[in-house]
Each structure stands twice: as structure tokens, then as C-alpha cells.
Design a protein around this ligand. Sequence first.
Ligand SMILES: N[C@@H](CCC(=O)N[C@@H](CS)C(=O)NCC(=O)O)C(=O)O
Length: 225
Amino acid sequence: MLLLQFSTSHYCRKARLALGYKQIPYRVENLTPGLHILKVKPLSGLTTLPVLLPERADLPSVVADSTQIFHFLDGYCSEPSLSIADHYLNAEVWALEDWLDESIGIAARFVYYEFRAGEGKAIDASLSSQLIIQTVRWQYGITPERVKLAASRLDCALEFLASRWQGEKYLVGDRPTAADLAAAALLSPLALIPHYRQNFPWVFDRITQIHQLCGEPLPPGLEER
Ligand SMILES: N[C@@H](CCC(=O)N[C@@H](CS)C(=O)NCC(=O)O)C(=O)O
């Protein structure tokens, strides 16, 4: 299988966690932001990564969107499953996965790029890096007002996740599911931000554990642990 990705994207990390969790061998092709559209749009009709190419005649030729990749991988390799056999619990898994994907991953992106452009500029103050950060901010419409809303959305999410990840071991049920893998990937950009590291250390313990379980290298900010 071939995963088309941006090496630093938290949504691409999400796809890698699932591939790793299921121990499916795969290769990656890192695309250049902007130019990626020339390759991706004809394949999927979308402009976003990750895109998975299963590269087998009996399988779909293209699976685009990290949530669709999760579903595809669950069908391709049923164990370990990203789902739960119980119908109601499974509905909760996929509702959480969708919320994390459509809302929390985007909020994390907003807060992360605001941090990298301001307080966290020293992480890489080079002109090229700051240019990329400013381009991303423009592309996604990241303004201080929208960052404030994103930060309050994250506070709400972390309060909810605390009730699950801190108390029980996993977000739904007694083993990892699509919801845990999505949360581990989509909250990973916060690992570089001192506010989150200081106030929510349990988030980063769980992110670390899930990455280890999936055989995926830790995200920036957690590597040395
Ligand atoms: N819901 C999508 C979101 C993916 C996404 O936002 N990917 C970003 C990178 S983090 C992207 O490809 N952006 C480029 C673009 O929108 O042109 C998924 O889960 O795959």
C-alpha cells in the first residue's frame, strides 16, 4: 500500500497510526503542499491528504480522507479492529471519531499555527518556516478571533476527554478504537505548546502510549520521552 501524505500533517499521522496498529506494511510518498493538488485531485477529486492507494486489483484504487481510510482498513484487516462489536458503543466510537476529525483536529491546527507564528516562533524562526506558517494561516483563514474560538473548543474537548482517558483506559470500551487513534493523532500538535503540556499532562501520556502501541514515532515535542 502507498500512503500519499504531508510528512508533518496530523491527519496523515492519524492514517499512519491505523496502519501501524494493524501492522499493515506500507510505503509513504511525501508530497509538497500546493503542488500536491496536481497529483491528488485527479485521483480522489479532493485536495486533502492523506490518500491511501491500496495497489491491489481486487481493492479500491484510491481511498481518500483519514476516516474513510480507517473504515477501509477495518474491512481489509479485521483484527485488531478499530470498531467495537456492540452496536451502541460502536456508534459512539464513530461519532467521537467524526467529532475529533471534523472539529477538534481543525481547532488543534488553528491553535498550533497561531502558536508557531507568535509565542512559539523560536521553534523555527527561519524565513522559509515562517513563510510556510503564514501561508497555512492564510489558506485556512486562521485569524486571532477564530483561534480564540478554537482554543475554547479545545478546552471543552479536553474536559470531556479527561473524563474518559483519565478515568478509564480508552475513550470507549476496554480497548483502543478509532476514537483513541484519532484523538492521539489530532491532538498531537499541542505537544509543542507549553500551556497544554503543563495543564493536561495526561493527554500526552496517552498520546505517547497510543503511538507506542501503533509503532509510530512520537510527534514533535514528545520524542525525547
Ligand atoms: N477530514 C480530512 C482532513 C484532511 C486535511 O485537512 N488535510 C490537510 C493537511 S493536515 C490537507 O490536505 N490540506 C491541503 C488542502 O486542503 O489543500 C481527513 O480526515 O482526511
